[in-house]
Design a protein around this ligand. Structure first.
Ligand code: CMC
Length: 430
């Protein structure tokens, strides 16, 4: 805490508030005593100016387009790490040594199977079920086998829950997909890496051996790392919110998945591909007509994969993915017409004053779908892949919240604008 104070003048009184310095980025004004001393509350729709927590996990510099986890640049992590290594970094605070990584990998690996009875659970969904609905339901469902680990104040129980979620999520995600295409569920193989095992369960069949293309495995690894954490986004804030009630880790993560599903958040990756496909399929549509629609305030349409609450410059994840999309498409020999449309759309938008003046740039979801498509994933699985990547961020935030002794149940206030007291009217008289 610094000696600096922020002053608020309200109705002839002055109130002093402590300033909380940040190591980097926005400092905070501690308004905790505001309501008790002044009778007022703050009003901040979408919490755009509100820090709900202090955190040591991830720093996003929106003005300069920088992202770091525990101080390490996302570009370095994406190039040099495995996803489980980044998971370790987020959860434990440091990059693991070789020995620590081997031990961590082994600990996760032994939990990849889900209970056999879960097959009946997957079977009970309609074939047409969206895999995000299955994913969040299954995350809640597997918790029923781990009631012994529900206590958020027991570090051992939390560590066991975290390991199981990380180990079983690829199995759940792949089985949600297998359910949707009517193929047999493929059991995990613990001799494979985390990413290889996921690809094996997604695309393998029990009738033949599957060769896992190292280019695809590398791309998948990078994609998961790029989604691993991102500060207090809507889904992570939801995980913390639910966790603040002392709900268990499984329930909190399942809630975060539902927040992620929306098209303004993780669901944008599916929406981007659908938008690009619609432009492709409509002979009368051009990128210009879509940009014009996005600018029209009477049209609810938004350019999906563009804009971000924090980034007011190019999202560094989108920059990595754009280069990566070209590489994956050319190395896998895929000639995707949607890539050309995406490039054109970006070019038109970035030269348009509407987008320039509002600092609207491509975000992570703009190019991720094109790569997911090239890797063979259907668009309805894209948000599931985002969730698989974001899982360590959710868990690390949930853990950090519970380790902070100042944590209280999340419970915002409101400014009531409804009716004052009215006399009750009996039903015959209404
Ligand atoms: N297309 C057209 N206009 C836009 C867009 C867009 N994609 N994004 C923002 N704007 C406009 C918005 O209408 C507003 O204009 P004005 O100042 O005239 O009212 C201005 O830009 C500021 O936008 P905002 O809605 O106040 O910004 P926000 O911080 O509340 O919303 C956002 C951020 C990501 C929800 C929004 O940019 C958006 O809807 N983008 C499209 C969906 C998308 O790609 N979501 C993925 C986000 S990144 C990955 C993730 O975290 O999940």
């Amino acid at each position: 805490m610094s000696d600096e104070k922020a002053n608020l003048h309200l109705r002839d009184a002055t109130y002093d508030f402590d300033v909380i310095p940040a190591n980097e980025g926005n400092h905070g004004i501690n308004i905790s005593p505001l309501r008790a001393t002044s009778g007022a509350v703050t009003f901040d729709p979408g919490f755009a100016n509100t820090a709900a927590t202090k955190s040591s996990l991830t720093y996003v510099n929106g003005a300069e387009g920088m992202l770091r986890h525990r101080g390490y640049r996302i570009e370095d992590l994406a190039e040099h790490c495995t996803f489980l290594e980044v998971t370790y970094l987020l959860l434990m605070g440091e990059l693991p040594s070789r020995k620590q990584l081997d031990a961590w990998t082994a600990e996760v690996r032994v939990h990849t199977l889900v209970n056999e009875e879960m097959k009946g659970f997957f079977d009970s969904f309609p074939r047409s079920a969206h895999p995000m609905a299955i994913l969040s339901s299954a995350t809640n469902a597997i918790s029923t086998w781990y009631e012994a680990y529900y206590n958020p104040s027991d570090p051992e129980a939390v560590a066991e829950s975290a390991k199981r979620l990380i180990a079983k999520m690829p199995t759940i995600a792949a089985w949600a997909y297998k359910k949707s295409i009517g193929q047999p569920y493929i059991y995990p193989r613990n001799d494979l890496t985390y990413v290889e095992n996921f690809l094996h369960m997604m695309f393998g069949l029990p009738v033949e051996e599957m060769d896992i293309d190292p280019v695809i495995a590398k791309a998948m690894n990078v994609l998961l790392i790029l989604h691993a954490d991102h500060g207090q986004n809507a889904s992570t804030a939801t995980v913390r919110f639910v966790g603040s009630t002392q709900a268990n880790l499984f329930a909190s993560v399942a809630a975060g998945m539902n927040a992620l599903w929306g098209p303004l958040h993780g669901g944008a990756n599916q929406a981007v591909i659908e938008m690009l496909q619609a432009i492709h399929d409509d002979p009368d549509a051009t990128t210009e007509t879509y940009v014009a629609r996005a600018k029209d305030k009477n049209d609810p349409f938004r350019l999906m994969g563009f804009g971000h609450r924090v980034y007011k410059s190019y999202d560094p994840r989108a920059r990595i993915l754009k280069g990566f999309a070209d590489e994956v498409l050319s190395r896998s020999g895929v000639d995707d017409p949607l890539m050309e449309i995406a490039n054109k759309l970006e070019q038109v938008a970035l030269e348009d004053d509407y987008f320039v003046s509002r600092n609207l740039y491509p975000n992570v979801d703009f190019y991720s779908g094109i790569i997911f498509r090239a890797l063979g994933f259907p668009s309805r699985m894209f948000t599931v892949l985002f969730a698989l990547g974001r899982l360590p961020g959710w868990i690390a935030n949930w853990k950090e919240m519970h380790e902070d002794p100042t944590t209280r149940i999340s419970r915002p206030r409101q400014i009531y604008i409804g009716e004052r007291t009215r006399d009750f009217v009996f039903i015959e008289d209404r």
